[in-house]
Design a protein around this ligand. Structure first.
Ligand SMILES: [Zn+2]
Length: 482
């Protein structure tokens, strides 16, 4: 999923060209690899966690067939949500060799984010504790655990590649290898806990798949946002949404799916759970969590899904599908309004920040000095900041989807004990949105490493914001539970 792009820099051999560069060039030409001519590009990792999760109701749940409930009260009863301690929430089982520290981490992620309370408050449904959770360390362990849940071998093999979690009834299987970071793991735990809660309430058999998955993704993302660095979360959520916007731009959006089978068939060119997320987020922004809870209560009381939907939201699912498709189409054609960046530079650090905007072949620079550094880059790629330095041409073809922030220090730097040649941050640009991707460090010997946090060598990227956000889906990227 994550891959490393490398491209050859012609200037490493075309030395004569450098003489034509402006005076400012010489002061920072040293950041480029002196030999080898290979520029280690940042990892563009759109979907390290963008793997589907599978949810199935328990075999024992009988679909409600009792018809609409009497009366028309839509206000859900309040759900008592006493604090649930993490050990009380999960009964942890391990499949294969899982380090004890990982089990402890699962418990502590659940406690630090009040996961059970958040899910219960959002859905107005009780979380059925304890939840049985199976932690699988490897793909083989995950397949074993899935087969123990009754998944046929061939399907278990496929799920082990493209799913990040599995829920059946009130049992969860989490493949740890698909959830490498704490943020991924917290997201998956909350996602699957949402499915468990909906399953236990007996609504899954009538709940359309897009609402089931959309609720799970929305609450998973909320828990992730509660524990993640804000710049990292913002970058992650924007990149997730961009995949759906790109499908919309190419006319490849499918209607919101009502049946999980359509999702698992994998016919879409994008992860439809992310479309479900944006649709549920849109509903909650329009009508509030209270209306969502009212809808779930009507389903629980046996009202047919479309009627319950109409009662709770005052419109049909088809109408919502149309609205969200329109917003995605519009979002896919959002114009660039530039970006504002805030950085914090530690005491004792000086140098230059070089910026190559997306689609540009001109590096621009501003001085790095201790303290707060505010700058903006406009839609034409011009940098506005303190004392902009002379522009320097980049000989590579323009990269239309990435903005590079290159850090050049006056002081020799080491990272993890090794001398650093240069370092920086990468931002993804698509559909009017700028998203933090990662940071990179290239060492004196030419090899590189990548960091998933926006802090490097005393320089911290504090915020990445569009000054005039135009994208109609941008406000949907974080929908906190009440
Ligand atoms: Zn799911």
């Amino acid at each position: 999923m994550a891959y490393q792009r490398k491209r050859v820099l012609p200037w490493a051999v075309a030395g004569g060209m450098l003489a034509l560069a402006v005076a400012g060039w010489a002061s920072w030409a040293g950041i480029l690899p002196a030999t080898g001519g290979v520029w280690p590009w940042p990892l563009i990792s759109v979907a390290t966690h963008g793997v589907k999760s599978v949810s199935q109701p328990p075999a024992s749940v009988t679909p409600q067939t009792t018809g609409p409930a009497a009366g028309n009260a839509t206000a859900p009863p309040s759900v008592p949500a006493p604090p649930i301690s993490a050990p009380a929430l999960w009964r942890v089982h391990t499949v294969g060799r899982v380090p004890a520290a990982t089990v402890t981490k699962v418990q502590s992620l659940a406690s630090s984010s009040d996961m059970a309370e958040v899910v219960a408050r959002a859905l107005h449904l009780p979380v059925p504790v304890p939840v049985q959770i199976y932690l699988a360390q490897t793909a083989a362990d995950y397949q074993t655990a899935l087969q123990a849940q009754g998944v046929p071998a061939a399907q278990a093999q496929r799920f082990s590649r493209d799913t990040g979690g599995f829920t059946q009834g009130t049992e969860i299987v989490v493949p740890l290898y698909q959830n490498p970071t704490d943020a991924d793991l917290a997201n998956t735990l909350a996602h699957e806990l949402t499915h468990v809660t909906l399953n236990a309430a007996g609504v899954t058999s009538t709940l359309p798949s897009w609402l089931n998955e959309g609720l799970a993704v929305t609450l998973g993302m909320d828990i992730q946002a509660r524990i993640a660095n804000p710049v990292v979360y913002d970058g992650y959520a924007k990149q997730m949404a961009e995949t759906v916007l790109t499908a919309a731009a190419h006319g490849k959006l499918l209607p919101l799916a009502t049946d999980e089978g359509q999702v698992l068939a994998g016919n879409a060119s994008y992860d439809v759970e992310l479309q479900d997320w944006l649709a549920v987020s849109w509903l909650v922004h329009q009508y509030g969590w209270q209306a969502m809870a009212g809808y779930l209560q009507q389903l629980r009381a046996g009202m047919p899904s479309d009627q319950a939907f109409q009662t709770a939201f005052g419109r049909s699912p088809a109408d919502v599908n149309q609205q969200i498709s329109r917003a995605l189409q519009e979002g896919a054609h959002t114009l660039d309004t530039g970006v504002q960046l805030e950085l914090q530079v530690a005491p004792g650090i000086t140098g230059q920040l070089h910026i190559l905007s997306h689609g540009s072949q001109q590096w621009q620079s501003v001085p790095l000095q201790p303290g707060r550094l505010l700058l903006s880059v406009d839609a034409a790629g011009h940098v506005h900041g303190p004392a902009e330095g002379p522009a320097v041409a980049d000989p590579n073809p323009p990269d239309t989807q990435t903005m590079y922030l290159d850090l050049s220090f006056d002081q020799p730097q080491t990272y993890q004990g090794e001398p650093v040649s240069h370092a920086g941050f990468a931002l993804d640009y698509q559909h009017g949105m700028y998203a933090f991707v990662n940071g990179w460090v290239t060492y004196a010997d030419g090899h590189s490493s990548y960091v998933q946090v926006p802090q490097l060598l005393g320089v911290s990227l504090q915020s990445v914001t569009e000054p005039m956000p135009q994208n109609p889906i941008e406000h949907l990227l974080h929908t906190p539970a009440p």
